[in-house]
Design a protein around this ligand. Structure first.
Ligand SMILES: [Zn+2]
Length: 108
């Protein structure tokens, strides 16, 4: 017993919690099937995630009015991977932004 401990005063509060934690929940056959199916689905999702990689693509969006500048105008509607290509603002008072376009799944 470590120095400074008083017998049972430190152990008993934890014992109740440990007993509660280790108690076996009675569960029906269907609960067990339910847990098994969820575990299999999680494993499949994990395997798919290891093989495939999500690539988020974003679309350049201008303010779409007559004052869009000649620098940004040509980019309107173009899509890039979220970390590729030019990012607004390209100049002072630029009102452009890149918005989510779609997600592509690539094999690793
Ligand atoms: Zn702009």
């Amino acid at each position: 017993m470590p120095i400074g401990w008083i017998r049972d005063s430190a152990i008993s509060p934890n014992r109740a919690r440990a007993t509660e934690r280790n108690r076996r929940e009675p569960s029906s056959f269907f609960d067990q099937i339910d847990r098994t199916v969820v575990a299999i689905a999680q494993d499949v999702a994990l395997m798919v995630h290891r093989v495939l990689e999500a690539e988020v693509w974003t679309r350049w969006e201008t303010a779409s009015d007559e004052t869009v500048c000649p620098v940004c105008g040509p980019y309107a509607g173009h899509v890039w991977k979220h970390d590729d290509g030019p990012h607004p603002p390209l100049h002072p008072n630029c009102r452009c932004r890149r918005v989510y376009a779609f997600t592509a799944w690539a094999t690793r």
